[in-house]
Design a protein around this ligand. Structure first.
Ligand code: BTN
Length: 254
């Protein structure tokens, strides 16, 4: 905690050597009244969870596997914007601590040289009109070497250490993430989504590209026009119409 400069976030940290998933613990904590900014960290996860029910590889001692319980006053419709707040905060923190300039692929994959270094999973506990808690799960590949990843991930995933050629101080990075998250959440609560949208666009590698959006029941191709004020990805289709994408896997051109 020596690096921590935040007022609210990370003032309460639950730390584990190992656990199933910090995200599951985050849900339990939130249900039991954990205050805004409660952090759950684990050295290792035995069943890390990714988006769309995928597994998330979380070897011991090398990555940052963290969930944060937030209690912003939001409607469930605004929640996707918080995902983008988190993506911007983590990107900025990686930039400051390592000097690496990552890209964000919509909605919240953080890539370096086209390979994934960070995934973010946002989950809600909500009434129909009010968010009770938002659990933001952040997985960062920090100090893994090639042999730490399952073989099939090496073509699509990398770590900050592999990019930089030297290990990165995880505690320093965690502290920076919490501090940017507190800063940008404050900005968002005070000034709305506008400033976050601008920041997000400045990091995005998606806007302006011809992309494929792979959804459960269909795949569509179009030009990414950017994100709307709700955080929805807007695609321009061949017939000129605009289609809003709420949830999909985006494939960028090679
Ligand atoms: C993705 O699919 O890109 C999102 C990955 C999110 C992984 C993190 S690691 C910490 C937290 N606990 C989990 O089980 N998942 C998230």
């Amino acid at each position: 905690q020596k690096h921590l400069t935040t007022k609210r976030y990370g003032r309460r940290i639950h730390y584990f050597d190992t656990c199933g998933s910090t995200q599951v613990i985050g849900h339990d904590e939130a249900q039991n009244g954990a205050p805004d900014g409660t952090v759950i960290l684990s050295e290792e996860q035995t069943s890390g969870k990714g988006r769309m029910s995928r597994p998330w590889s979380s070897v011991g001692g090398k990555g940052i596997w963290m969930s944060i319980v937030l209690r912003p006053s939001l409607t469930p419709q605004q929640a996707p914007q918080m995902t983008l707040v988190a993506a911007v905060s983590v990107t900025r923190a990686i930039q400051e601590v390592t000097g690496i300039e990552p890209d964000i692929k919509w909605p919240n994959d953080i890539l370096v040289g086209g390979k994934k270094v960070t995934g973010i999973l946002t989950e809600l506990q909500a009434d129909p009109d009010r968010v009770k808690a938002i659990i933001i799960g952040i997985g960062i590949n920090v100090n893994q070497v090639e042999t730490d990843f399952p073989e099939e991930l090496n073509p699509i995933a990398t770590s900050l250490r592999q990019v930089l050629g030297k290990p990165v101080d995880r505690a320093e990075l965690i502290a920076k993430i919490l501090s940017f998250l507190e800063l940008f959440t404050g900005l968002y609560e005070k000034h709305g989504f506008g400033p976050i949208k601008l920041l997000w666009e400045s990091y995005s590698n998606t806007t302006g590209k011809q992309v494929r959006a792979v959804m459960l029941n269909e795949t569509i191709v179009g030009t990414a026009m950017g994100i709307s004020d709700e955080g929805v990805l807007e695609l321009k289709l061949a017939d000129g119409s605009i289609r809003g994408i709420y949830s999909a896997d985006i494939e960028l051109p090679k």
